[in-house]
Ligand binder design. Structure first.
Ligand code: HEM
Length: 218
């Protein structure tokens, strides 16, 4: 015999579903963080030698990982945005309220959340353009990447995307650790310092990579 759902049951189900979506958001974010660390390291191999970057790219294409994995990363990227968008204030009124609260509270974590939302919007557009351009022009080679980076305004595109992504990844990692209880209140300062250091290291690696591409000629 089925029992009719009361308002309380429905609200409980809603909460549970929201919890599941929260987990999915965190897991998709964690997956993208792992991807970005791998991506930055693999692309940076050009600094050691363009031959190594070419060999890695060849391996990814020969195994189909670029052709299949690339679009999958793109889907994960879109899914992560759709899941996180539940919490993003798209209406002007809500945005004003959050802005006022952030100013009033002087609370670093609230500001970090504002940075997270603003960087997300820009990364959504720039990341999609970047993946489209790279994946629709396979195979990846160090020389092709270098020529792209030297052409038009691409260098400025990457010089903007790089810090935005690294900020978003660093803050995301910190928020995951706090939200899921991996770091208590007393450990937050140290965690933030570690996260800032990591962000700085990846931005430095990225800038060195771009410089290497800039001077790479065939
Ligand atoms: C499967 C997906 C992806 C592939 C195959 C890929 C591949 C590449 C390649 C080959 C480069 C060298 C530059 C070029 O050729 O234009 C590059 C650079 C870069 N990519 Fe990606 N990428 C992917 C996804 C992403 C995502 C999701 C982001 C962040 C939203 C991202 C951010 C960057 C940044 C910031 C650079 C500059 C690198 C640096 O400064 O070291 N990429 N990527």
């Amino acid at each position: 015999m089925s029992v009719p759902l009361t308002a309380n049951h429905k609200s409980l189900q809603c909460h549970r579903f929201d919890g599941v979506l929260d987990w999915a958001q965190m897991l998709s974010g964690a997956g993208l963080i792992a991807f970005m660390w791998m991506h930055m390291t693999l692309v940076a191999s050009v600094v050691i030698s363009p031959g190594i970057m070419n060999a890695i790219a060849e391996f990814f294409e020969a195994t189909g990982m670029a052709q299949v994995g690339g679009p999958l990363v793109f889907l994960l990227f879109l899914a992560h945005f759709a899941l996180a968008a539940r919490k993003i204030p798209f209406r002007l009124e809500a945005q004003k309220t959050i802005w006022e609260h952030a100013k009033l509270l002087h609370h670093t974590d609230t500001w970090l959340w504002v940075v997270q939302v603003v960087t997300a919007m820009i990364i959504l557009v720039m990341g999609a353009i970047h993946m489209w351009v790279v994946l629709s022009d396979l195979p990846i080679t160090a020389l092709k990447s270098a020529e792209r980076i030297r052409s038009g305004a691409w260098i400025f595109f990457y010089l903007l995307l790089l810090p935005l992504v690294e900020l978003h990844v660093g803050i995301g990692l910190y928020r995951i650790a706090v939200k899921w209880g991996l770091a208590g209140r007393s450990e937050r300062k140290g965690l933030k310092r570690g996260e800032n250091l990591l962000t700085l290291i990846f931005i430095t690696i990225g800038v060195l990579t771009l410089i290497r591409f800039w001077f790479l000629k065939g």
